[in-house]
Design a protein around this ligand. Structure first.
Ligand SMILES: Cc1cc2nc3c(=O)[nH]c(=O)nc-3n(C[C@H](O)[C@H](O)[C@H](O)COP(=O)(O)OP(=O)(O)OC[C@H]3O[C@@H](n4cnc5c(N)ncnc54)[C@H](O)[C@@H]3O)c2cc1C
Length: 270
């Protein structure tokens, strides 16, 4: 079966083409889409691309950061202003994958390491299509991503304070295998105690998710073994990991508190 490729200069036109055609699939870096094409996925009849320059835009101004959805992991790594995200971008696949894998595509990955960090940064997704332009909190977007008829144009978030973003990726194939799970956290402190923690985990459900029970259990606690114990005890609450080729759901539940504990006690600082 042949596949038609349609390329548009404006993302809005690409979004319109997608919504008007069954069997159409948007292609960004293609690390996941081209794998599906090569496996002869019968649901893909048309590939829609966009060359909109806005997709490659990186804007940093007075604490606000906007990443075009087509920004690659390699482009993130080349930008000094995004140094706090370098450990996350570096964790995505091999150098060849990072050269093309985009920030927007990562929001749709079954194992979105970058999306996990964006969740902790309380990012907002800017969307184009259907009802025009609109924005949506990333957490809300991820919960309905399969049903989204719109395209992501960019992702916006506040720059975190220096050294605030912690990230760790657990893999069985070192150094850069697919993640069994990954964890990102921001742990603001006041008078030596945690206040308003944000923790996100990847690999514990079909998409990256907030670890809300652990966040609540950390409130007003100290970051030492006794202080974090209640958070570790509830770390798997609300998660729904699956058995897959990388690890069993049981194993993921077993190791989440171990790696979360290490992260909270100081590992994974950028
Ligand atoms: C060998 C290998 C290793 C990998 N390792 C990792 C890893 O360690 N960590 C990790 O997080 N991921 C990993 N991935 C998954 C993937 O490479 C990344 O998640 C990447 O960021 C996906 O981006 P892409 O641009 O290649 O997406 P594409 O393949 O182009 O698209 C993926 C999906 O996202 C949709 N999409 C893309 N952009 C948009 C947009 N702007 N708006 C709406 N929908 C959009 C596409 O329609 C498609 O459904 C790996 C993949 C491979 C093949």
């Amino acid at each position: 079966m042949s596949i038609t490729v349609k390329t548009f200069g404006r993302l809005a036109d690409a979004a319109a083409a997608l919504s008007g055609e069954r069997g159409a699939c948007y292609l960004a870096g293609g690390t996941l889409v081209m794998r599906a094409v090569n496996e002869a996925d019968p649901t893909i009849e048309t590939i829609v691309r966009a060359t909109d320059p806005g997709l490659l835009h990186i804007a940093v101004s007075s604490g606000r950061i906007e990443l075009g959805a087509g920004v690659t992991m390699a482009a993130v790594l080349a930008e000094r202003e995004l140094a706090f995200l370098h450990p996350v971008a570096r964790a995505v696949g091999s150098p060849a994958i990072r050269e093309v894998a985009t920030v927007g595509g990562n929001l749709f990955s079954p194992r979105g390491d970058f999306a996990t960090a964006l969740l902790v940064l309380d990012a907002t997704v800017m969307l184009v299509g259907g009802l025009g332009q609109r924005e949506q909190p990333l957490e809300e977007f991820l919960a309905r991503r399969e049903r989204s008829a719109a395209l992501v144009s960019s992702i916006v978030f506040k720059r975190p304070p220096a050294d605030a973003l912690r990230f760790t990726k657990v893999t069985r194939v070192h150094p850069r295998g697919m993640s069994v799970l990954s964890i990102a956290a921001q742990l603001p402190m006041a008078s030596g105690r945690v206040t308003g923690a944000r923790i996100a985990v990847n690999g514990m459900d079909r998409m990256p998710m907030r670890a809300k029970a652990a966040e609540r259990a950390l409130e007003s606690r100290t970051l030492d073994a006794a202080g974090i114990a209640p958070a570790l005890a509830v770390a798997t609450e609300g998660t729904a990991p699956v058995d897959d080729a990388i690890a069993s759901a049981w194993w993921r539940r077993e190791i989440l508190p171990v790696h979360l504990g290490r992260l909270l006690l100081g590992a994974g600082r950028s």
